[in-house]
Design a protein around this ligand. Structure first.
Ligand SMILES: [Zn+2]
Length: 325
């Protein structure tokens, strides 16, 4: 919590809201966008807490704690259980938002995943955003801004939650007690999304798979290894996209090792990466990265999993040999 508060309060997005709220200026609706859905959810709660906190955003008083615990009667967070806000949720919001707040002088609606709202539901919500009830603040969160209707955007003050650098994600993870070696992999893998990185970092099976994938790459030296590698990489079922992203990370880091070993992000995996570097020429690595990108697309397009992986492994071997160092 302490680390998260430090991360949130250090952003420009937070500063801009804090300046407004402390000057007693509140818009009726904010559209807050960012690249990490988990981080965005937390950020919206901080914004809600700040709008209600008698101390202007201490994040430790009774009011703030109630907001974070989901126990504040004037704070309504959607979706309630599923990933998507439903028609029933929107109807409930429209009925309920005109009722006066119970505890304080303001009511807060936190609407996560607004990018999954259909145009129909956005239009329903729009009516309320056009004629907002007094003392009600809507915080809309979206990772994909392009799905939000222009009419909805025009009724909201737009705030962009700052991207987080690799170094900031590392600092956040290690100060939360995660080892540097684990933090590196999670931070790389989450690509600047701090709370997504934290989710990986606290999941041991994530690291187990990463190690298995690394060993599979290291053992893939000739066509006699192809069958075993295919079987292993296909064995993760729904996790295959994750496996492909891990492969991409490993091969990209190996390419980076050709440029400058000191620039490696996966410093604790340096020995593995140098081992893989010994197996591939830079040209082969470029082509493997291409092959992986194509395989990801084919898998997204619902192509047969084993067919995609079998083809991928054979193509990697082919590239490895045709672009020998
Ligand atoms: Zn407070």
């Amino acid at each position: 919590m302490e680390q998260l508060t430090r991360l949130v309060t250090g952003t420009k997005a937070f500063e801009s809201l804090w300046k407004q709220f402390s000057a007693d200026r509140f818009a009726h609706a904010y559209l807050i966008t960012g690249n990490d859905p988990e981080y965005l959810k937390e950020f919206l709660l901080y914004a809600g807490a700040m709008a209600l906190c008698p101390k202007g955003g201490c994040f430790s008083c009774v009011v703030c704690n109630k907001v974070f615990a989901g126990e504040h009667v004037d704070v309504h967070v959607y979706p309630k259980t599923k990933d998507k806000i439903l028609l029933a949720d929107i109807s409930e919001i429209l009925d309920d938002c005109y009722v006066k707040p119970f505890e304080g002088d303001r009511k807060i609606y936190v609407l996560n995943n607004c990018d999954t709202l259909s145009p129909l539901l956005q239009n329903k919500l729009l009516k309320t955003l056009e004629e907002p009830p007094e003392n009600t603040i809507f915080f809309l969160g979206a990772t994909n801004e392009s799905t939000i209707l222009a009419t909805v955007k025009s009724r909201c003050q737009q705030v962009r939650l700052d991207d987080t650098s690799f170094e900031e994600v590392m600092k956040y993870l290690t100060s939360s007690g995660i080892s540097e070696a684990d933090a590196e992999i999670a931070a790389c893998f989450a690509d600047g999304r701090p709370l997504t990185a934290e989710k990986y970092a606290t999941d041991r099976s994530f690291y187990k798979i990463f190690d298995e994938v690394t060993e599979t790459v290291k053992s893939l030296s000739s066509s006699k290894d192809a069958l075993k590698a295919s079987a292993k990489l296909s064995s993760y079922g729904a996790g295959t996209q994750t496996v492909l992203r891990m492969l991409l990370l490993l091969y990209r880091q190996t390419l980076a090792a050709y440029a400058d070993e000191e620039m490696l992000l996966l410093k604790h995996k340096k020995n593995d990466i140098l081992f893989i570097k010994g197996m591939y020429s830079p040209e082969a690595l470029y082509r493997v990265v291409d092959l992986l990108t194509q395989a990801k697309i084919r898998l997204d397009g619902n192509c047969n999993l084993s067919a995609v992986i079998d083809g991928l492994v054979l193509s990697i071997l082919e590239v490895k040999y045709s672009c020998r160092r």
